[in-house]
Design a protein around this ligand. Structure first.
Ligand code: HEC
Ligand code: HEC
Length: 412
């Protein structure tokens, strides 16, 4: 069972063995690709491509650029983060969105914001580099959900892995692509077939944990992003919902503003009624918030894109959306629910997805705490266990049997 983590802090480093693999596959990483159109001058706006016409190099989008020592977003790209985010093997993420000049995003609290055609959303995955043994270099546990602020990444202390992009095409369809960063970190190369990157989580105590970071191939994006069509239909954005964006962001040192207000002041948001009454998600790592709200926020952003009435996991009947979790239809979000598709762990005592008061017999927790194929949840996107979140969900299941939920343990 997921023992509460004794590890106080974590640090990550790339194993050099596979950096070599990246190098080999990407041919060294020159930013000038023969035959590619010349890069636009720095002053021009980002260029948005249809996925089918995605250029070989990320720099050609003129949105996310690197000189090898610093990554920067174009000034027309608005950085953002989410109140609670997807766990991807402890990767840090820098997100940004670009709305074409003169266009606006329609404010809506139903689903994601309503973006105009030509919108591009960028998400860069990266890790801190191992920095000797000084604890000051380690990321404290509990800040495992840490969201970098600003629009730049210092590459002397961080290692870039991939930058994913979603674009809203003129057809009304969203399409996605990813670029894997070259070994020299100056540019990234289009990747549609996926890639394995050997990594190592380094903690000040305990043995380093090796794992394989998986860059998803084009089909894998859909498993999560086809949120309304069983994981195989149209790609849709997931994160930019009002309740995830309704939080402060530090745009530059000391320049802090609510993200919705910021978009509105940039004249990018239409029909924004103001913050009062706008829904808000909690940060799942914020221990000042109730366990119920923290679990709901975490499961919503990590599971609900598949676990909703129409997603990849709809046939399981388990719904882990913000609306479902904690509702009176307790069986829908797993309470005393027997799995339909899951053949079981073969371990005695695991009968229900959630058994109130008993994390040690709840399948939902078991699947979060394991990484073997057939057990791991989510089914893609994770090779390591998110120890801090697993521990929080364990606490939540334990206290479901006391007030205010006071659900009774499952019989049988
Ligand atoms: C394991 C599920 C999963 C897979 C696989 C996945 N994504 Fe995502 N993606 C998410 C979730 C959840 C979010 C929103 C939460 C966040 O950003 O932390 C997201 C966010 C994004 C964003 C920011 C805009 C948004 O939708 O919130 C982009 C861009 C993106 N993904 C592109 C891709 C591309 C391209 C691929 C395939 C190469 C891919 N993703 C594969 C789950 C996934
Ligand atoms: C990429 C899509 C996807 C994501 C994301 C995902 N799941 Fe699943 N999940 C599935 C599918 C498909 C099934 C049905 C097959 C199976 O049980 O393996 C399932 C089944 C389950 C079951 C068994 C449910 C039942 O009653 O049959 C549990 C428990 C579960 N998932 C928990 C989670 C949790 C917790 C998360 C988030 C941390 C999560 N899943 C995220 C696709 C997903």
């Amino acid at each position: 069972m997921p023992a509460k983590s004794l590890i106080r802090s974590l640090q990550w480093g790339l194993s050099s063995a596979l950096s070599a693999l990246i190098l080999a596959a990407c041919g060294g990483g020159d930013s000038d690709t023969p035959g590619a159109p010349p890069a636009p001058p720095a002053a021009t706006l980002p260029v948005v491509f249809r996925a089918a016409e995605a250029p070989p190099k990320l720099s050609q989008w003129n949105a996310v650029r690197s000189d090898g020592s610093k990554l920067s977003h174009h000034t027309a790209v608005v950085p953002y983060d989410l109140s609670s985010a997807l766990f991807s093997d402890y990767a840090l993420k820098m997100r940004g969105l670009y709305v074409p000049a003169g266009k606006k995003i329609n404010y809506t609290t139903t689903g994601t914001l309503d973006f105009p055609v030509g919108t591009a959303i960028y998400k860069t995955f990266y890790f801190p580099r191992a920095q000797g043994t000084d604890p000051a270099n380690y990321l404290p546990v509990g800040k495992a959900s840490i969201s970098p602020q600003g629009s730049t990444i210092d590459l002397t202390t961080h290692r870039l892995i991939e930058t994913r992009i979603l674009v809203l095409e003129a057809s009304g369809q969203w399409t996605g692509t990813t670029y894997v960063w070259d070994a020299d970190q100056k540019d990234a190369s289009l990747n549609t077939s996926g890639k394995y990157v050997e990594m190592e989580l380094v903690a000040p105590v305990g043995a380093p944990e090796k794992f394989t970071y998986v860059v998803p191939n084009a089909q894998t994006c859909q498993k999560c992003h086809a949120t309304e069509s069983g994981g195989s239909g149209p790609t849709l954005p997931i994160g930019p919902k009002v309740r995830n964006l309704n939080k402060d962001y530090e745009y530059a040192k000391g320049v802090v503003q609510n993200q919705l207000v910021h978009l509105d002041e940039l004249q990018l948001l239409a029909s924004f009624p103001g913050l009062s009454g706008a829904p808000v998600n909690v940060d799942w790592a914020d221990t000042a918030k109730s366990l119920g709200d923290r679990a709901k926020a975490y499961l919503d952003v990590n599971c609900a894109h598949c676990h909703n009435g129409k997603g990849n996991a709809s046939q399981s009947g388990l719904r882990l959306t913000h609306e479902d979790i904690g509702s009176s239809a307790t069986n829908l979000w797993g309470v005393c629910k027997k799995p339909l598709a899951y053949a079981g762990t073969g371990l005695p005592g695991y009968t229900y997805d959630i058994n109130p008061g008993s994390p040690e017999s709840s399948i939902l927790l078991y699947r979060m705490a394991h990484t073997e194929a057939g057990q791991t949840m989510p089914v893609v996107g994770r090779q390591t266990v998110h120890k801090e979140a697993t521990s929080m969900v364990s606490d939540w299941i334990r206290q479901l049997s006391s007030a205010p939920s006071a659900l009774t343990a499952c019989s049988e």
